[in-house]
Structure formats: C-alpha cells, structure tokens
Design a protein around this ligand. Structure first.
Ligand code: NAP
Length: 331
C-alpha cells in the first residue's frame, strides 16, 4: 500500500504512530487554534487525526495576551490557556500531535502527499490550517537583531524590558494590544505608526489613548535599527513621511506588529493562492484537490479572528469527514 511505503523509512515515533493509523490516516497541518478545533471535531468522529504542529505550536494565540472576543469566556481568557484547553480537549478524543513541519505537497497522486521534516507521507485527507506568521520591516541587520531587542511578541519578551523605553511599530489591534501589555514593564512605550490614524478597533484605540505611558508617533516609519557595541538594540532611526525629517529615538526593544503572512510556502505553485500567498478555496473550505481542505488564516485576509477561524475549522472537519466516508474502505 502506498501509504505504508511512504512511512517505512521513518523511525520517528510519530511516524510509527502514523503507521498505526493506516489506512485511515488523516493529517492536519497547522499550528493554530483552529487546527485544534478541527482536531477535536474529527477526533469525535473516531478518525484518529494526526496534527503536524510545525515550529510554533499553538500559533498566534499562544503569543497573545487576553482574548476577550472568543465566545464562552465572559471575563476573557489568556491565549496560551485557551490553546492548552483546546489541545487537552482534542487529546481527550484521540487526536495526536507532533512538531513536524510541512515543506512540500503533492495533491495529484492517488493519495495526498506531504513532505514533513524531509519525509514524504501519504494521507487520505489533509486540512491545511497553518495560520500566519509575523511580518518584519525588512531592514538591515533584522535577522541578527531578532532576540536582541527586536521581536514580534510582547507576551514572550516584554518582561525583559523593565523600566526602559521601548517602541511598537504598527497601527492595528496587534500594535494596540502589544503597547498596552508593554506598559506593565517599560518606562515608556512609543507607538510608531506610518499614518495619523490607527486601524485598530475603537475600544483598543480608546485604551491606548487613555494610557499615559503610551506616546503615539504619527506619520512615521522606522528606517534603521541602531544596535550598541554588544549587538543589542539601542535606538531606531525614524523618518516623518510628511516632512521627511529624520531623528533617532532611544529604545531598548522594537516590537514589530505590522501584520502577518500566511504560512503557505509548501503549497506555492500547487494550490491556488493570491499574490500575498493567501490560499483561495474552490468552495468555502475545499481546495482544487479532493481530500485537501483549507481553513483559518491561511485563507482569510479579512476577519482573522480566533472565532472565525474556528468556524472555518469546523466546516473543514465536516467536509473531511464527509469526503472520507465516501471513500472505498482501505482505498
Ligand atoms: P493589521 O490589522 O493588518 O494591521 C497592521 C498595521 O501595521 C496597520 O496599521 C498597517 O498600517 C501597519 N503596517 C503594515 N505594514 C507596515 C510596514 N511595512 N511598515 C509600517 N507599518 C506597517 O494587523 P494586526 O494588527 O496584526 O491585526 C490582524 C487581525 O487580527 C485584525 O483583523 C485584527 O482585528 C485581529 N486582531 C484582533 C485582536 C483583538 O481583537 N484583541 C488583537 C490582535 C489582532 P496601515 O494602517 O497604514 O495599513
């Protein structure tokens, strides 16, 4: 059987697990909460799903603070706690997890094939829910400075910057949320935005403007990171886009919050996607290949909320179940 041939080379325990699932192995490629929502649903249908969690298990919600707009939590819930709950719930119903990352895809064979950590694997159904990753500014020395005063995650790194000035770049909900969170630690939070209006929701804007520790710097872009002699962030160079005036601003850390790129590299040239890499479903959650479904931020450039992604996840799981139930046994 094609599936077992694909798995024979693998000695990793997760491959062994996978082997045990044949011939009804199903993969969920994803690192986001919606992936786990789907898992729970598929697991409830006794389909023994396997999730390839990728490099950032839990996805974006695992690096966020209070989630106030996910239904069922009147006081809100911390993103990492929500993720752990969903993970536990999925496991209760038999879902399996591994950290493998999908790097290639072939939807045209008898079975769907994915390359995960250098192994080609076959599956009968695949749900792509790999979410999106933080975008950076693309300035000089960026890669070197990540982790040395440059980050996209206030929850992860904010506490390292106590009583020093920091800046956040962006004008959306993420920038607002990161700025507010950072006021717990930093002496000052500069919010650097390229326009004179935030695109964040009104309630988040109100909170930002009411916080005395946050100072918005409008119509301004960061043009250069300035490290100290040890290679740690010391300052940034700013340019006012209206006046072209330039200046230096001392900050110990730059938190970049300018949006995300969908994690769809493995599917480039193989699945339909737009110029920014967002997957384009054929119908709600269906791809052009039978057995391959799409859900969450990989295909959503508009709503991008945990609850909308979970909803798409539910739809993808139902379609996958339906698809599998129509297949010949052991095909
Ligand atoms: P976003 O809404 O796309 O905002 C990105 C911000 O970064 C925009 O203000 C944009 O400026 C700016 N930007 C983009 N590229 C830039 C560049 N190269 N240089 C400088 N600035 C740049 O992204 P997000 O804030 O990550 O939010 C994404 C989605 O998640 C949204 O739907 C948001 O509502 C949701 N979200 C919700 C919450 C919450 O409800 N608590 C929290 C976080 C995120 P312009 O405005 O000029 O385009």
């Amino acid at each position: 059987m094609e599936f077992s041939r694909a798995c024979r080379a693998g000695a990793e325990s997760w491959l062994v697990d996978l082997f045990a699932l044949a011939p009804h192995a199903k993969f969920l490629h994803g690192e986001s909460d919606h992936c786990w929502q789907r898992l729970r649903r598929i697991a409830r249908a006794n389909l023994s799903p396997l999730v390839l969690e990728g490099r950032q298990p839990g996805g974006q919600l695992s690096t966020t603070t209070l989630v106030e707009n996910y239904p069922g939590f009147p006081e809100g819930i911390d993103g990492p706690e929500l993720i752990l709950n969903i993970h536990k719930q999925a496991e209760t119903f038999g879902a399996r997890f591994t950290y493998a990352e999908v790097t290639d895809f072939d939807g045209g064979s008898k079975h769907v094939r994915i390359k995960a950590d250098d192994e080609w694997l076959d599956t009968q159904a695949l749900i792509i829910a790999s979410g999106a990753s933080a975008r950076y500014l693309g300035l000089e020395n960026e890669e070197k400075l990540i982790g040395h005063g440059l980050t996209s995650c206030a929850t992860c790194d904010g506490a390292f910057y106590k009583n020093v000035p920091v800046c956040v770049v962006g004008g959306g909900d993420s920038a607002a949320e990161e700025s507010l969170f950072l006021t717990r630690f930093a002496s000052k939070v500069y919010l650097i935005h390229r326009r004179d209006k935030m695109r964040a929701s009104v309630i988040m804007q109100e909170r930002v403007f009411a916080n005395k520790k946050i100072e918005p710097i409008w119509n301004t872009v960061v043009t250069k990171y300035i490290p100290d002699e040890k290679g740690e962030m010391r300052a940034v160079r700013l340019r006012n886009v209206e006046t072209n005036e330039e200046r230096e601003l001392d900050v110990a850390c730059v938190f970049v919050a300018i949006g995300h790129d969908p994690n769809t590299k493995a599917y480039r040239g193989k699945l339909d996607m737009d110029a920014d890499g967002y997957l384009i479903p054929k119908k709600l959650v269906e791809s052009k290949y039978p057995g391959v479904f799409i859900a969450g931020d990989v295909a959503d450039r508009v709503y991008k909320q945990a609850v909308t992604a979970a909803g798409m996840g539910c739809a993808a799981a139902m379609e996958a179940e339906r698809y599998l139930s129509k297949l010949e046994p052991h095909s």
